[in-house]
Design a protein around this ligand. Sequence first.
Ligand code: AMP
Ligand code: MG
Length: 332
Amino acid sequence: MKRSLALFAVLLLILPLCSCAAKPAEQSFFAMNTVMSVRIWHDDGAAADAAAVQALVNTLERALSVTNPGSEIAQLNGTGSGTLSDDTLYLLEKTLALSARTGSALDPTLYPIVRLWGFTTDAFRVPSEEEIAAALKSIGTEHITQSGNTVTLADGTMLDFGAVAKGYAAQKSAEFLTRSGVEAAMLSFGGNIQTVGSKPDGTDWKIGIQDPFDAASNAAVLSLSGSGAVVTSGGYQRYFEENGETYCHIMDPKTGAPVQGDLASVTIVAPNGMLADGLSTALYVMGFDDACEFWRTSDDFEAILITNAGDIYITEGLDGRIDGAQYQVITR
Ligand code: AMP
Ligand code: MG
């Protein structure tokens, strides 16, 4: 609930930034554990399109939720084998590819670890080293076998698409809206922003990047033209404290423990939502130096890195697109 309120606060911060000529049709709903909003400009059937987006997200959530016992993923996790729908299989394949590309910084098999720390139930606890070592044995994408749509998991291995699901949902929604002829829309799915087309008044989309040290403020405002995804990951989004230590919801697959890195948040700007969501989580795990190096060897995204010291770094493709902040540019 704390997380939902924080995300809602972010949403409220973002909304006033988007003053556009025509008034958009707007719909907000709660799904995937967060507040989602859909705003559509310039379309006769905007309200119906927004409702269709909500239905699309609900369908994805029904397939992917780890906590809903009826979902495809919960059943797969429970029985160790299952036949996935084409959509879920596509997401699995894309996630596995991104996991390999990020050297397993993004790892969809981390669910037993996420659960051990209580992040699925809010019953937070610091597990013993023995518990972590035992759970780590079933972590790793090599424990997944696939034949057609049938997926089999090794004993103890479980999947979780928490790091990519909201971005994927936003991406699918944007694809749907584009197919429906919508010329301008902005989706805000928790920390995931997806723009469709260009604002009717021709100005750039303005996207507030939350200050990781102050939920009520933006650290910067990003200007974006055209369709794209902007996704932020950070330990501040969900965490618990015990004995003066802070433990966040993003896990380091190497240690089986919450990331204790040098980054406060990572924002990824990319053409599609699933890529942006997966990379925001992965670069947060990597930490500043490896994240910079990863960007240097990539050509499909830009990033804003805010360090624990409060310094803001942007990759050079975003130079000139950031307002309201002092920053340093990461070059190739
Ligand atoms: P995000 O908020 O997109 O950064 O994703 C974080 C969520 O993904 C967590 O709440 C977990 O459910 C899951 N998760 C945590 N650590 C990882 C990781 N290293 N790789 C993949 N999923 C993760
Ligand atoms: Mg993510």
